[in-house]
Design a protein around this ligand. Structure first.
Ligand code: HEM
Length: 296
């Protein structure tokens, strides 16, 4: 009964709520889709928590996604023991990296009064759920061997059955409770995604992954350029870069290079090259007039 609620009912309740809430938030509060940076309150520990967390969890989740999308190919890859060992050790290493990261992030929020003051209940819930999710994941990797293979053969068919609207938890029913907790943790994280700062995961700033870590300090009137570096850079903080100069301003209305339609280069009424009949009649001498008469 509990399995039915957790693995056949809960997923749909979560999926519907998440889709509705994300759509609402993206449409109504588009500029609120952010992780609300607290870097200006503290940056040292943020660096040592955020970087391992993001690199670790992104690699782990990419591994989950690959197994979800191409389970047969994953099983084929794992059929050679040496490849299976390499995959498992790599997954575990990045799992541990993300664990170090999330523990550092929690420690940062708990230990700094300034960060605590801006930490909401939802932040606490989110960090607790993420930490539990990583703990259950790492414990699965350590205590339930060859997870990458049985994930592809047992857990992935269940996930696909949910997406196909024919939920079949039979393949995960006999699994240990830690693995079930890991799957339920996934649903809970999905459920709070629209209501928490996790929503920033939907608009990832991908260039941050390749950009060198840096702190951008906007121009401050009270500091001369030479003072700026010295005053704002404690020993352990990263390279400081001042914001680049604004790009040269573009004219709002560009100068037209070619004449536009309503300003023609030639007069609207062209200069007649030959005299027209009525002018000729008024100005031409009598003998010329004679040459023009149709009777001739
Ligand atoms: C928010 C979503 C999730 C997060 C953050 C997460 C995180 C993790 C972490 C950190 C690990 C340990 C590193 C590793 O060995 O790969 C792990 C392992 C694992 N996770 Fe997840 N996970 C999530 C969702 C899921 C779901 C939905 C399933 C299955 C339905 C799943 C199944 C597994 C399995 C089987 C392992 C062990 C892999 C192995 O031993 O190589 N995870 N997860």
């Amino acid at each position: 009964m509990l399995d039915t609620i957790l693995f056949s009912v809960l997923p749909y309740a979560v999926i519907v709520t998440t889709i509705v809430a994300v759509t609402f938030r993206l449409r109504k509060r588009r500029f609120g889709v952010s992780s609300l940076s607290s870097q200006f309150l503290e940056s040292g520990e943020l660096f040592f928590g955020s970087v391992p967390w993001h690199y670790g969890i992104l690699v782990v989740l990419t591994g989950h996604l690959i197994g979800f999308l191409v389970p047969r190919e994953l099983l084929l890859f794992n059929s050679a023991p040496v490849r299976l060992y390499i995959l498992e050790v790599t997954g575990l290493a990045f799992g541990l990296l993300s664990l170090v990261g999330i523990v550092s992030l929690i420690w940062r929020r708990a230990s700094s009064p300034r960060i605590r003051a801006v930490t909401s209940r939802m932040d606490v819930l989110l960090l607790a759920l993420l930490a539990l999710q990583v703990v259950f994941g790492v414990s699965t990797a350590i205590f339930n061997r060859w997870g990458s293979s049985w994930y592809a053969s047992s857990a992935v068919p269940y996930l696909w059955s949910v997406l196909a609207l024919r939920p079949d938890p039979a393949t995960i029913a006999p699994m240990p409770w830690t693995i079930k907790a890991h799957i339920v943790g996934f649903y809970l994280l999905l459920a709070i995604l629209p209501f928490s700062r996790l929503i920033h995961a939907l608009v990832p700033p991908l260039r941050y992954l390749t950009r060198p870590y840096e702190l951008v300090i906007w121009y401050r009137r009270d500091l001369r350029p030479a003072d700026r570096h010295a005053r704002s850079r404690p020993a352990h903080t990263p390279r400081v870069r001042t914001a680049p100069p604004a790009p040269p301003s573009m004219p709002i209305v560009p100068e037209p290079k070619t004449p536009i339609a309503h300003e023609p280069t030639t007069p609207n009424v062209p200069e007649p090259t030959t005299p027209i009949a009525h002018e000729t009649a008024q100005t031409a001498p009598a003998e010329e007039l004679a040459t023009l008469t149709p009777h001739e």
